[in-house]
Ligand binder design. Structure first.
Ligand code: ZN
Length: 426
């Protein structure tokens, strides 16, 4: 619908109806997302274009007992201007003040809310070495901050909010204001935050995670076999001490939080040496602004030995050529087709949403949390035990409505896990 087909009064009413829902979503992110504790420092990183939502989060955080809220603004256009005008070498060092800011907030026990909302094509044409250098610098130099997130010492939550350029990309046929409003609605629905009481909806959601995780972790499958009518027939081996994760995480002190809102996946890291067969993509993969679509990969002994793509072959090849680990799997994730994101049918051009739309695999690095005792191992030891190592991690969707997955027990017997794209016990 074009906004001009609506009267200004229609648009005003639509926004007025949406506002209380966005406020409930802000409370969800604060209370279930990072689970703010009394007196805690709360950090909100948000696009400056969504200052209204950042203010809602700050208010909700104080209501939940926050001691102080720090807001760090982000802006796609300003990032672009900076990348256009500043040499790569500058991005290899995090400015001293920024390192002190992030590390001292992490050391003070802050929780971090990352509001994700950006133009999927914001950096098209920019030398990818610059953003890569900036993110590598932040990950290696802000050590307290990085460790705080990686080891769940500081509760953190990534949640989305629309900006105009993103909304135009997802809904190109709508006028800008209506596109933003429509993307808000899609975000709230995807986040299970469009009901009267999102916080209790998430308690229920978490109970489903618990049930599925318990089933998978008790079975101790040796491998999973995926099949679809389109030709996917892939068997992926699991490590001897694999752990299925998903839903809530916990700080070492036991404070529960949701690192992603939305989240639908239960996932583990497979054995890097055991994947055999062919897998076909189920959705386009957007990688650094390039679309890769209708592609397939053939695995032998865990490694991609052949591949093809109708769209974006070169981009797929460049992912696989990143390093040796980029040809092996670091993650397998199970997601039922009965989820709000999948049912919406919307391609969000944003991994937070799109990776929750269907069962996926990821090429590249695996997760220490997906191996018993993995947090206490270094990268070399994890690799020796079968958890993949790489400098990249790229998710791609493989789950179709007809996908069957069987779990193979160490004695060779088979247990249905997915039938026609959903949990066999659903
Ligand atoms: Zn995943």
């Amino acid at each position: 619908m074009k906004t001009q087909d609506l009267t200004p009064e229609d648009v005003r009413i639509a926004w007025a109806n949406l506002k209380p829902q966005i406020e409930r979503y802000a409370r969800l992110v604060v209370r279930q997302g990072v689970n703010v504790q009394h007196g805690q420092e709360v950090v909100v990183q948000a696009p400056v274009e969504r200052a209204d939502f950042a203010r809602m989060l700050a208010r909700a955080a104080y209501e939940a007992g926050a001691g102080h809220v720090t807001v760090i603004w982000a802006d796609d256009e300003l990032s672009r201007i900076t990348y256009e005008n500043v040499e790569t070498a500058w991005f290899e060092q995090v400015p001293e003040w920024q390192r002190v800011q992030l590390d001292s907030l992490a050391r003070a026990g802050a929780c971090f809310i990352f509001v994700e909302g950006s133009d999927p094509t914001a950096l098209s044409g920019i030398d990818p070495a610059k953003p890569a250098a900036a993110s590598k610098a932040r990950n290696t130099q802000c050590t307290v901050f990085r460790r705080g997130l990686d080891f769940n010492i500081n509760p953190w939550c990534i949640a989305g909010a629309p900006v105009a350029a993103w909304a135009r990309h997802v809904f190109p046929d709508l006028d800008e204001e209506w596109a933003v409003l429509t993307l808000w609605r899609a975000i709230l629905a995807a986040a299970r935050a469009d009901g009267d009481d999102p916080e209790s909806d998430w308690e229920l959601h978490d109970a489903t995670f618990d049930k599925n995780l318990r089933f998978l972790n008790e079975r101790r499958f040796d491998a999973l076999r995926y099949t679809t009518d389109a030709g996917t027939d892939l068997t992926v081996g699991l490590t001897d001490a694999h752990v299925w994760a998903g839903g809530r995480s916990k700080t070492p002190e036991g404070v529960p939080f949701f690192p992603n809102i939305p989240t639908e996946e239960v996932f583990t890291s497979p054995d890097r040496l055991r994947a055999d067969g062919v897998v076909y993509s189920a959705m386009p993969l957007i990688h650094h602004g390039t679309k890769i679509d209708r592609f397939w990969l053939r695995f032998e002994h865990g490694e991609v030995v052949d591949f093809g793509a109708e769209v974006g072959y070169e981009a797929l090849k460049s992912i696989l050529d990143t390093d040796a680990g980029a040809r092996r799997l670091g993650e397998i994730a199970l997601i039922s087709k009965n989820t709000p994101i999948r049912e919406s049918g919307i391609l969000f051009y944003d991994t937070l949403y799109d990776e929750n739309a269907s069962c996926h695999l990821a090429l590249g690095i695996g997760f220490p949390e997906c191996y018993e005792g993995g947090y206490d191992m270094d990268a070399a030891e994890l690799e020796r035990r079968g958890v993949n190592a790489s400098s990249t991690h790229v998710d791609f969707m493989i789950g179709t409505d007809d996908m069957d997955i069987v779990g193979i027990m160490p004695d060779g017997s088979e247990v249905p896990v997915f039938v026609n794209g959903q949990w066999s016990w659903e």
